[in-house]
Design a protein. Sequence first.
Length: 165
Amino acid sequence: MLSQKMKEALNRQVWMEAQSSQAYLAMGSWAEIQPGLKGCTKFFFKHSDEERMHMLKLIHYINERGGFAVIPSLEQPVLTFVSLKAAFDQLFKHEVKVSESINNLVEIALAEKDYATHNFLQWYVIEQMEEERLARECNDKLELIGDDKSGLYLFDRDIMTMDQQ
């Protein structure tokens, strides 16, 4: 059984994962109407789907452990960006925030001596390390590219393979 504190914290994470999915969906929609960003569009939409799966995994866990997963209402995400770099800057900041939230969940699980939840959360810890690395790598590449259109073309072409490393 999950403690009340753990249930509430996990439900907050459900909200955060849902919010992440919405944010990346909005980024994908924005990228889709920008000329020449098909790779980035696919990247953002794929990550929106992944965040939704993270949310579903939490929902199932909460319900399986005797809690009740609450499906949250969401805030309107940012819809437009001044540049692709600005979108990826936001993505990185968001991933850092999610990592902090996951770390908080791990701390609560340990304090509550909820070792099953601690074990469950290790998948999220590793996932967030990968997400932050990828976001940092994308930002580093965009920083190098600057305003170079040919560099942006190559970044857009290569982003799907960056996602698989």
